[in-house]
Ligand binder design. Sequence first.
Ligand code: PTJ
Length: 267
Amino acid sequence: MNNKDNQNRTLPKTHPRYQSLKYRHLIIKGMKNLVVAQAGLIAHGRGECFDYILGEKTNGPAKKAIKAAVAMLLLAKKPVISVNGNTAALVPKELVRLSNTINAPLEINLFYQKKGRTEAIRKVLVDAGAKDILGIDEDNRTTLDNLESNRRFVDVAGIYQGDCILVPLEDGDRSEALKKIGKKVIAVDLNPISRTAIWANITIVDNIVRALPEMSEVAEELKKIEKEQLNEIVNGFNNQKNIQDVLDLIKDYIDSQKEDAFKSLQT
Ligand code: PTJ
């Protein structure tokens, strides 16, 4: 039995948790190919847990945040999409689609640097159709002085000069650092109270696998409207209030589960 057959057998499409298992397997495959850091498995598990208590769907506050985020990206002079291992493993084609739709380059920016990882991620993105990828050429590299982690290494033509940076699912201190040097930060993070989520200008509390395609859809629509209207959308968005609304949804969801979780036992 080859590997694919083996995976098909262990992952039947009829499995009630098929979608979740499919993404889990992509992360495991990514780790084997160096795309995903070992810690990326743990990060994914933490994300799964939050997704569970958000009902595994794009909620109302996430939709509001997506609209504001896309408006902000379309208004930006130099928007950049930061790419890490988990994102590249889960949604490579959607990264390329959003990059093309909003005209923002993809920049590989890693927390866990290891020989061969950047190249592995570059290959995944190229296979998904990406043309120009930043964060690869060491000659174009500079550092952000107010950040100590490996994420401080940035591309001069990308995050360094960028005015609005999309940072999907990542560790704590970068959104704070980017904001302190005057950049706008858009985070996609299933943990509504992570440091990234709290510090970002706009936080999309949703799974990256749902949020990115939705962002491209919304971008197609918002590209048709005037700058003034885009500004209204951004100015009408309150990140703190939106995160608080997500926390209320989590409370409601957990309350509903006191009954709903047991319904399947009655059929
Ligand atoms: O590829 P690298 O080296 O840049 O490293 C990437 C990881 C993700 C390993 C690194 O940034 C890390 O350790 O991140 P943390 O501190 O574990 O934070 C990841 C955050 O993303 C957590 O708040 C998770 O809840 C959230 N998260 C995980 N999976 C998803 C997610 N958010 C949205 N969609 C997901 N699929």
